[in-house]
Design a protein around this ligand. Structure first.
Ligand code: FEO
Ligand code: CA
Ligand code: CA
Ligand code: CA
Length: 694
């Protein structure tokens, strides 16, 4: 390998002030344009979006609650994969959930007898999933057919980026799209359903949250809060005690299912696609799973691989990576001859941090294979799933979740490896993994290989304030006003790990805390140091969630990548909307011993901040963006040249009503304070054409 001397980057922009204006605000010298938004028609023939609740055809539109995104390059002339193209690409985006009130003329309806109308449920189902849409820089390429015409009202914002309706690779994957089960769970009794009595196929993907991208240019989309869509209560007598242990551990307990889809009486669609959300066992014979829908929840909770360059290829559920509330799935730094690793958070309170390590060793020739999903078969179907144990002294261990090595947890006996993977949480409990304050995104520093993990927050109602552990050391203790949110870890933090000998297959690692969130205006209480990273007005934040390192080829690879942090704010709502910060993550590879600030003995464990690069400080961490009202900032990528940054604005106005929307974004971005809010993606450019952030 050629050694490139990588210099620390310098942040050159002036921090954006906290604000509650209903706009995306960015530093002076930068511009924001709307690229896509909920309802934009992406398939040919789908009519323009009216945004008044009358629109249908969401399987041909951008879905709701845009979450993680990724830009896959396309050759300007060829329209085929080109990883270096910064002018034309496919924007892949997850559609996690709904602002349901804005999807229908007057909000969702339910009949007196408790049934949901089919027409409404069809929209709600299809507004979930994943979208793929061609985008292009029209300043260089000219306008595409049917592109966005800046139709958000108000003054027109100059944008050179537009999406192309009817692009040949445009695609929607929804909760109805046929999928294939791959890996060790394929064919297991636990996956046998009416749809697939052989247990080899499934229908769709849901609650897609964060993502990952492979070295062979496929998308990994992650199923997070799938459990709550299923009606599953009242059937305890038909379930075995072991099944109940598993269902409760995963939270498959709802008495309605999120949106009551199982109540629909179908005429336009097959009845099955609604009935499948009723996961109640109708008999006590497990073999009846192929006539009722009791195993349907086992189809979800996976990492799903999709080929963005082949719209005809069915998504593959990669079961070797385990089943839980998958936040994201980011690859570790990979080199020739070493295994491929994937880092994954399970985002619920007190859940775990996981790693998958492939059995196959990386062959760089696979990066350019035409059959991308076949490469996925090679690296993602055969390997070992591990869960993290963090020790008090700044070391940690990856514990293998392998049948025969994992003890049985209370009330459950594993049958085989498929059972371990379907019930990875139970296996992780049994091996003694470390509970965390809601593991969200992971990101890999492409230069050092260090892996960062956001821990968004936790509260005392779920984690008693004294139940801290080394990587989740903080308890916030504010008796006034008395509220569960005032105890625990309301502002979150970011943990960083380094594998032993930088080997992705290592079973030992070291770790430290890179950064603690805080509200700098919230004064410390005696004995409790809340603002451990000493954040100030230019960079205080709460609830880190999205996390991403800028592409390493930015600025010719001579500058260390930047870490981008996105928030899903819990505790600073009165002073600012959700935001995005950027950090230079430390002197690269210097291995300095650092201290993240003294934590008070009255409040926290304090021995573990001893490990790696430089911690974030006010000098190298700065607020870059503030979002519109009631949004979450989630989803980020750039063009390969780093000169256009794409950022997701999720669920603006989530607490409003159709008559009184609490945000008018994206219309408000151009001064039009009316209309229903829409999740969307913005394209951010620097006015001098430079690399964003530098
Ligand atoms: Fe969908 Fe954990 O955020
Ligand atoms: Ca998230
Ligand atoms: Ca979140
Ligand atoms: Ca949210």
């Amino acid at each position: 390998e050629r050694k490139v001397k990588v210099e620390p980057a310098k942040l050159k922009f002036k921090a954006v002030d906290k604000n509650i204006t209903d706009e995306v605000t960015v530093p002076k010298g930068y511009s924001v344009a709307i690229l896509t938004a909920l309802g934009d028609p992406i398939l040919a023939g789908v009519p323009a979006f009216q945004n008044d609740g009358t629109d249908a055809n969401y399987a041909g539109r951008i879905g709701d609650h845009g979450d993680a995104l990724y830009y896959f390059g396309l050759g300007v002339k060829t329209g085929r994969r080109d990883d270096n193209s910064s002018l034309r690409g496919i924007l892949a985006q997850n559609h996690e959930n709904l602002n349901i009130q804005y999807l229908h003329p007057n909000g969702p309806t339910t009949s007196a007898s408790g049934t949901r109308p089919e027409e409404e449920a069809m929209k709600e189902i299809e507004a979930h999933g994943v979208s793929f849409v061609e985008i292009r820089d029209t300043a260089k390429l000219g306008s595409g057919e049917g592109s966005r015409k800046g139709g958000d009202g108000g003054k027109k914002i100059p944008s050179t980026w537009e999406f192309v309706q009817g692009g040949p690779l445009n695609r929607r994957v929804t909760p109805n799209t046929p999928t294939e089960i791959y890996g060790p769970v394929r064919g297991s009794d636990l996956l046998k359903t009416k749809f697939s009595p052989a247990g080899t196929a499934g229908r769709g993907t849901i609650n897609n949250c964060a993502n990952g991208v492979t070295l062979w240019a496929s998308l990994l989309t992650c199923e997070e809060n799938w459990a709550f869509y299923f009606l599953r209560s009242g059937d305890d007598a038909q379930r075995s005690p072991e099944e109940l242990v598993a269902l409760r551990r995963y939270g498959v307990t709802s008495s309605t299912g999120n949106y009551g889809w199982a109540s629909v009486s179908a005429s336009a669609w097959p009845q099955d696609v609604f009935d499948k959300w009723d996961a109640r066992a109708k008999t006590d014979d497990p073999a009846d799973a192929v006539t009722d829908y009791r195993n349907e929840p086992n189809q979800y909770g996976w990492v799903v691989e999709i080929d963005p360059y082949n719209p005809n290829a069915a998504p593959r559920k990669r079961t070797a990576l385990g089943r839980f509330a998958h936040e994201g799935a980011w690859l570790g730094k990979i080199t020739r001859g070493r295994p491929v690793s994937v880092y994954m958070g399970d985002d619920s309170r007190n859940e775990y941090f996981y790693k998958f390590v492939s059995a196959a060793k990386w062959d760089p020739q696979d990066a350019l294979a035409e059959d991308r999903l076949a490469v996925g078969d090679k690296y993602l179907d055969n390997g070992t799933l591990y869960v993290a144990r963090f020790n008090e002294d700044g070391t940690g261990t990856w514990l293998p979740l392998v049948f025969g090595q994992v003890p049985n947890p209370a009330g459950y006996e594993f049958a085989d490896q498929a059972d371990i993977l379907v019930h990875a949480r139970l296996a992780a409990d049994a091996v003694g993994a470390t509970t965390m304050d809601r593991p969200e995104w992971t990101a890999t520093n492409p230069v050092t290989g260090e892996v960062y993990l956001t821990l968004t927050n936790n509260r005392a109602s779920s984690r008693p304030i004294t139940a801290v552990n080394a990587p989740n050391p903080r308890f916030y203790n504010d008796p006034s006003p008395a509220s569960a949110n005032n105890y625990g870890n309301p502002n979150g933090h970011i943990v960083r790990i380094r594998e032993r000998e930088s080997n992705p297959g290592a079973t030992r690692f070291t770790w430290d805390v890179y950064l603690f969130g805080a509200d700098s205006q919230d004064p410390d209480q005696p004995g409790v140091d809340r603002n451990i990273s000493e954040l100030g007005n230019a960079n205080d934040f709460s609830s880190p969630d999205g996390l991403w390192f800028s592409r390493p080829q930015n600025a010719g690879g001579q500058v260390a990548p930047l870490a981008w942090i996105q928030t899903d704010d819990g505790s600073m709502d009165d002073r600012t909307n959700d935001q995005m910060l950027v950090a230079f993550p430390g002197k690269v590879g210097d291995g300095d011993r650092i201290t993240v600030g003294g934590m008070d003995a009255a409040g926290m464990a304090s021995s573990q901040q001893t490990v790696m690069g430089t911690a974030a400080t006010s000098a190298n961490l700065r607020r870059f963006l503030v979002g519109p009202n009631e949004c979450e900032i989630t989803g980020v990528d750039s063009t390969p040249d780093g000169r256009t940054l794409f950022v997701g604005i999720q669920h603006p106005g989530e607490d409003g009503t159709p008559d009184a929307p609490s945000s008018n974004w994206p219309q408000s971005q151009s001064g039009n304070q009316s209309g229903r809010p829409r999740s969307g993606v913005v394209a951010i450019t620097k006015d001098d054409g430079g690399v964003v952030g530098l």
